[in-house]
Design a binder for this molecule. Sequence first.
Ligand code: ADP
Length: 636
Amino acid sequence: MVQLTLGTKRTALALYGVLLVLPTLVFGGLNWRQLVLDHQTMLAAVPGSARDATRRVRDNIRTAVRSMLEREEIRGFFEYRPNYFPPGTIGTDLALVPSPLSTGPTLPQIKGYFSYTHLDVSRGRPPIVLLGSHQADSDAEYQRSQLLAASIELQRRNRARFQLMHDLRDFFDVRVRQSGDPTRTLLMPSIVRPFEYKLPLLAINLSEEENIECMRDELPALRGLDEQTQVVSVSSFRLRFYRDDLGSPRVVASRTVSIPTNKGLAQMQGCFEALGRMTKIEQGFFIDPDWLFRDLPAESARNSLDPGAQLFIPMDAVNDPGVSTADGFTIQPVHDLPLEITDPADQTYGTVKVVVNVRDLERSFRTQMVRFMGVAAMLVVSLGTGLLLLLRSVNRDLESARRTENFIAAVTHELRTPVAAIKLYGEMLQDGWVDDDPGKLKEYYRRIVRETGRLETLVENVLEKSQIARREGEPEPGDLNAVVESLEASLKSLGPEGIADLEFQYDADLPPVMLNAEGVRSIVTNLVENARKYAPVKAGPGVPEPIVVRTHVLAGLPVLDVMDRGPGIPHAERTKIFQAFYRVGNEQTRTARGTGLGLHLVMLQTTSMRARVGVLDRKGGGTVFRVTFQAAPAFE
Ligand code: ADP
């Protein structure tokens, strides 16, 4: 039996493990691993994507600056005058047109243009300043004065650095050629392009004369030069960053225009006198530092950073503790473009950082983990419940098998004992052992009849169980006292000789009860038989207390009690004893005969009458079996 229990349980658990728990564990484990690996891969990709993003932002800034310079590069040097003489328009009359640099449109990030010749410098003349599109601003006059001041300061600086720049330029040329970076080359001031202009155009645009009448008068002198050209060298723009006298940042793009001495024209006089000598013009424009260091990086970041990749530029929050800078990559416009500087400390001006917000990554990983744990917890709960149900079902089956086994043992025992007795007495009678003793003869016949009765009860019990299951029919109102009374005589007669072990007490006021007479008889017989079996009344000193069968009303309900003075029934057994074939203890140690069917039949009968049965401790020792009936509805 024990082996069966353990073996069956082990098989059930093994099956459950192989079919459900193992696949779940493997699947869950693989999923978990994948989750962690994915997270690690994403974290590992973060620096790479940040580096790419940084490069994109840097390229974006460079491209924007380069395209601005290219746009300005193609502008003729003569446009840096308020009015100029456009190429190809020389004729009988002299027509000057206003420069786009004085009226616009020009790029908004260019704050203004300046231009001066080395002659202006030596003569102490202020540079020409033009506001371009900003001419239309409401504070144009203020801007002009600012621009003029800045240009004069620049003039001064240039004069001081004139020699130094020459030396430096040689140095830069070498350095750029060595680094081989085309972007740098393009931004460097070392490229000098030759442009060929017709002499009249140069003569007019270089004239320092403000009086147009003078030029008109001398125009015929230029007609003869119409077909002659002069090469003008124009350097590409070089970008410079410095702080002005007040410490404000300045970004300047400047170029040098060189018109060499034309010895053949040295005799030119009056308005066009400048044509004959060498002229060097320094011209360029001031770039808005706010645009270069703030707006442009911000816009580049917007265009080239992927918000999904959690990359951004915290312009003012590089040191913000709330931003998790797992890895940061810097953009240094001064170094990256590059801008010429004189103060090495300016190298880091306007540095911004591309940082990676790994908090979002971590947060999403945590969410996934919590979700996974939730699913895992649910699985554990459902697998646990499944395991519990499985074990319970296995236990129930094992219990049922145990009871059937018990029953078969009991029935075999119950059958064998009376059959053996009947056979023994029958053989003794047949062989004439007691023929001469009429007393014994009678006794043997009586014993045969008693054993046959026992056999009959057993068979009836087994039959009754299946009958109750099949029986239909509702309980009917009846007199409980009358039904019990009808059994009194026969039950008393079956008791032990010489002792009145049974007492009946009837409540005369008992109301009609919903009952089934056959069922009540079975209940009373079984309970009395049990009491006699497990709590027999023995003759002894004093007055023996009999088994009591009584009817009474309790809390308004009709009740039938069968009470004994036996050993009682342990609490743990009280629900089990009503199960079919259940017997307290085990078959080997039990002394009383039985099949474990008696109380089960009692239970079946009571429920078929919609009554209830229960076991209680009896005051002073013993057991009370109490059947609570339903009172019959009152008649109309
Ligand atoms: P059986 O009597 O055939 O064993 P029952 O279903 O009638 O089966 O009883 C179930 C068990 O309940 C018995 O094995 C017995 O141990 C216990 N029992 C029944 N009646 C009493 C009682 N009056 N006093 C003590 N134990 C009892």
